[in-house]
Design a protein around this ligand. Structure first.
Ligand code: F6P
Length: 549
């Protein structure tokens, strides 16, 4: 099916017609008219609750959105992904990150082969490694136990491990400190190395390809740093690798016994479930990592089996399509009311924007509707004191996903009730807004009257009708986090099917990489070829004049 058929599809056209009326509806009226709106528009799966009642939709909207999902054959595409079909056609690859979190008995297939055995063999290797590092029996070069783990990687080989370690920091091993280095900017690595003792530091070089310039440069610099005080023979105690590229890992000099493999059917931004999650497993323990995988698997089972009407990823995706394609809303704000999820929006940026930031269909034709939105956000309540002003009273329509846990993992009295009160108050305020009459009544109660009162009224009006989802979990456990990430993975998948884009390639990151290679040669070489535009030539000349080391 091509994208052109999307705008021509019956459900899409019916949604356009429906939007002409529904687009005017007011959420506060919808709530007033249906006291059971929450029950009607909420669903539970894998330990999560999705409340989507504060969205600008009614039952007809939902029926039409699900009709669109059926017209686009979401279920068939979903089954093809789980069956190991090569749905990433531009790279001729299957998309089987779900196999990484399936039980051994699932016997997930690729090209007629059971890949579950390979997956569980690597998990067993990870388990052995975790237990040695955590127990202190993996010894550094002078016989002391490891105290610091440095994950060197970028993109999916960094964002997932760092976000998950941060999210589950209350579960972390007390002796081990996790560090993450990603940027080729030497300030990143230098700042981390400056705090470390090489004799008790273990580097995990995490790179699917083992060719990514940032990771390779950081890994080589870390190796040189280690060799300032240690020997080549001692490297095996301090460097391990996670990669699909066995040959490159050997060439780097990492002991093949210390390599944790994964496979080309795991996309970089979907790789946290693979050995790329090694730093997570070391930090929280292998049992915790297994719970994390299982939480995601529970969401996979739900996605595969729940009717579309209760299917959480499908609902989240189709609500997103509603705003993107019918309200022309170009971004989604992520608001976790949990400080340990402070990196979650950044993680979702790669997951969503690298997946669906596309403008051609799977057939290579120009898309005829808008595709993936801009994803951004920060934790609540911090965001309230920064950009929420624009969300409340600005001119953009930006749907928000609120995420919260009912229970805290700290024992400070009072904080959690204030946090949750703010979370719920915000979604209510976005939904209800505040009318001019309500503002007037408030101002009169404060003793204002006449022109002074009327001058203030427009500034204090909130249009409201601003949509949000709320995702609640009991507490931020490894299983709940696994389910949450899998929820968004499948949301992105469903939206990719609706828009008919390949959610699993990322050609858009290539051009800059190629040009950087050329410019790097010019920066460190003698010549100053005027092969670029005048701006780029001038910038290169200035950098050359700075005599870079
Ligand atoms: O940014 C492009 C990308 O290929 C991502 O998709 C990937 O997560 C990242 O680079 C890192 O790649 P690698 O794990 O191969 O070093």
């Amino acid at each position: 099916m091509t994208d052109n058929l999307l705008t021509a599809s019956p459900a899409f056209r019916l949604l356009q017609a429906h939007h002409a009326t529904m687009g005017q509806a007011r959420l506060r009226d919808l709530f007033a008219a249906a006291p059971d709106r929450f029950a009607q528009f909420s669903t539970r799966a894998a330990g999560l609750l999705l409340d989507f009642s504060k969205n600008r939709l009614d039952q007809t909207t939902l029926d039409l959105l699900l009709a669109l999902a059926r017209e686009r054959h979401v279920e068939t595409h979903r089954n093809a992904m789980f069956a190991g079909e090569k749905i990433n056609r531009t790279e001729q690859r299957a998309v089987l990150h779900t196999a990484l979190r399936a039980p051994r008995s699932a016997h997930m297939q690729l090209d007629g082969q059971d890949i579950s055995a390979d997956v569980h063999a690597v998990l067993a290797q990870m388990q052995g490694f975790c237990e040695r590092v955590r127990s202190g029996s993996w010894l550094g070069r002078d016989g002391r136990a490891i105290t610091d783990i440095v994950n060197i990687g970028i993109g999916g080989s960094y964002l997932g491990p760092k976000m998950v370690c941060q999210a589950l920091r209350t579960h972390a091993h007390p002796r081990l400190t996790s560090h993450f280095v990603s940027n080729v900017d030497g300030h990143d690595l230098a700042a981390v190395l400056g705090r470390l003792d090489p004799a008790t530091t273990l580097f995990i070089v995490a790179s699917k390809t083992f060719t990514t310039i940032e990771t390779m440069m950081n890994a080589h610099s870390a190796r040189s740093w280690f060799l300032q005080t240690g020997s080549e023979a001692e490297l095996a105690k301090h460097f391990v690798a996670v990669s699909t590229n066995d040959a490159a890992v050997r060439e780097f000099g990492i002991d093949p016994d210390n390599m944790f493999p994964f496979w080309d059917w795991v996309g970089g931004r979907y790789s946290i479930w693979s050995a790329i999650g090694l730093s997570v497993a070391v930090a929280i323990g292998f049992d915790g990592f297994t719970e994390f995988l299982d939480g995601a698997h529970q969401m996979d089972v739900h996605f595969q089996t729940a009717p579309l009407e209760q299917n959480m990823p499908v609902l989240l995706a189709m609500i997103g399509v509603w705003y993107r394609n019918f309200f022309d809303s170009s971004s989604v704000s992520i608001a976790p009311y949990h400080q340990d999820l402070s990196l979650f929006a950044g993680y979702l940026q790669q997951l969503d924007m690298e997946s669906n930031g596309k403008s051609v269909t799977t057939a290579g034709e120009a898309v005829s509707v808008e595709t993936g939105p801009v994803i951004w956000g920060d934790t609540g309540t911090n965001g309230q004191h920064a950009y929420f002003q624009l969300l409340h009273q600005g001119t953009h329509l930006i749907p928000i996903d609120f995420i919260a846990a009912l229970q805290a993992d700290h024992s400070l009295p009072g904080h959690h009730a204030v946090l949750l009160a703010n979370c719920f108050a915000q979604s209510e305020a976005f939904m209800r807004g505040k009318t001019a009459d309500e503002v007037r009544a408030d101002l009169q109660a404060q003793g204002l009257a006449g022109d002074a009162l009327e001058a203030l009224v427009p500034h204090k009006v909130f249009a409201g009708n601003r949509p949000s989802n709320t995702i609640l979990m009991e507490r931020l456990t490894p299983a709940a986090l696994g389910a949450l990430i899998a929820l968004y993975e499948h949301k992105v998948f469903v939206q990719g099917v609706i828009w008919d884009v390949n959610s699993f390639d990322q050609w858009g990151v290539e051009l800059g990489k190629v040009l950087a290679t050329h410019i790097h040669r010019e920066l460190v070489g003698d010549s100053t070829p005027a092969t670029h535009d005048s701006s780029t030539n001038a910038l290169i000349a200035l950098a050359k004049a700075a005599r870079l080391p």
